[in-house]
Design a protein around this ligand. Structure first.
Ligand SMILES: [Zn+2]
Length: 262
């Protein structure tokens, strides 16, 4: 004979244990996502996945395509996915690194870069400041990136106008902007409809966090990731943007082994 209250109790216990293990699995997933330093942005055709790698190096995935921006050997590429598209912003070693490109290249990988980079890298599609082009099925716009005042000596600039490219990528209806090494130039302030911005801030090569924040206020991206920031005080950036309808995402861009670069 079956004891009805006992069956009922057991069922409740089972259901509770089942719930606990489901909740546990969810927790495990969240922990893993944190460990891999990965974010998602909702977009048409599926989420955009963003993986900060190091300094100015980012892996972006959408609808089965993998894009790498400024791959650099100081980053850990052991879990990185082979690239359909690689964007290089400038000639400096923390942006143009043929060894890192070789690690994530596969047959058919397309590379987009400005002419100064293409001169050092075979098989590159050249995009000049202000140009836009569909490459690997992805719309890419090249935005000027340059210094207004900062350079290695009086009368010189670290980044001269026209040499490097920032980029806007359109993925699933979302516009993602990667600043490259720049100060707050007018072309940057005038950007429109940016959903996600990756903003540089490090001295002496680009600009300090407060200047970067003022710049971000001008073009108002929905989400901003400080990147290429080294030891900059990110709290200055965050507090300068307090009260703005802009989500600031602070992530770990400097795993222990990375050093050097500008
Ligand atoms: Zn740099």
């Amino acid at each position: 004979m079956v004891d009805r209250p006992m069956v009922c109790l057991r069922l409740i216990a089972c259901a509770f244990i089942g719930f606990l293990s489901l909740a546990g699995a969810g927790l495990e997933e969240r922990t893993l996502a944190m460990q891999t330093n990965e974010d998602t942005i909702s977009a048409t055709g599926g989420d955009i996945r963003i993986t900060p790698i190091v300094h100015a190096s980012v892996q972006v995935e959408h609808a089965g395509k993998v894009i790498h921006i400024d791959p650099w050997s100081k980053g850990d590429y052991s879990k990185a996915k082979p690239a359909d598209l690689i964007l290089v912003t400038d000639i400096h070693g923390d942006h143009l690194d043929p060894a890192a490109i070789a690690k994530i290249r596969k047959p058919g990988t397309l590379i987009v870069a400005p002419a100064a980079v293409a001169a050092k890298l075979d098989g590159t599609t050249v995009l000049a400041n202000g140009e836009r082009k569909e490459v690997a099925g992805i719309l890419i716009e090249a935005v000027p990136m340059y210094n207004l005042q900062r350079g290695p000596a009086a009368g010189q600039l670290y980044h001269t106008k026209g040499r490097g490219n920032g980029y806007i990528l359109t993925l699933g209806g979302k516009r993602l902007y990667f600043s490259g090494d720049t100060e707050c130039v007018p072309e940057l302030k005038n950007l429109k409809n940016i959903d996600v911005a990756f903003m540089t801030m490090n001295l002496p090569y680009t600009m300090p966090p407060v200047e970067a924040a003022e710049c971000v206020k001008a073009f108002k991206p929905k989400i901003v990731y400080p990147y290429h920031f080294r030891e900059s005080k990110l709290e200055e950036f965050t507090s300068a943007l307090k009260g703005q309808p802009i989500e600031v995402r602070i992530r770990n861009w400097y795993p222990a082994q990375a050093s050097g670069g500008r």
